[in-house]
Write a new protein. Sequence first.
Length: 226
Amino acid sequence: MHNSVSALTKKAIEASLKSNWKEAIELNTLILEKSPKDLDAKIRLGRAYMLKSDFSKAKKIFKEVLDVDPINTVAQKNYRMASEKRTEHNSHGYINPKSLIKEPGTTTEVFLELEAKRVTGDNFIPGEVLPIRLTRKWVEFYKTDSKGQPLFIGKVDSNLTAKLHQAKEMGGTFTACFTSGHDKKIIVLVRSSISVFRGERQEVKPYIKRGSIEEPELEIPTEFEE
């Protein structure tokens, strides 16, 4: 068995998405033995304990996160819930267990700088689907808010645009999901139904000039183009 932190992290995320909390606890514990400062693993571990109704251990774990990162909103929320001995299962219905798996040719990583006010990487959960808008020059990303409305969060102007247009012209479809991030920088995994990406990691810079395009419409589907 391959025991690198990255391999264990992948298995830990898959265990959480399958609600296999016992395995999630074991895997995240192994990750922290190898990488004690991994706050993402601590948060996953705390959530797993909480969903196993072991609130005392969950509270302890989230307290450790807050000792290092006092403004971590995910840890703050879960610490309060653990203190109140309650859980909040995901009810949004937009988490795909396969969405975090990177596949050569059909997926690529996008490094996105968040432009939306009061939105940081802590406001997302791994696997959360992000609606996309494809225009002639760039790709816009959105987050579905608590009312089910799309919120513009950022855009990229890169080779990604050409690749998605290529997929569209070939009759393909594409989606995006949040994988990780903190503060105003996040990593998004873009997936195409047709192999248009190379296997290596792709880095793109955000297009952040404002006032050069029309404001996005409010009602948009998960995948759409201009």
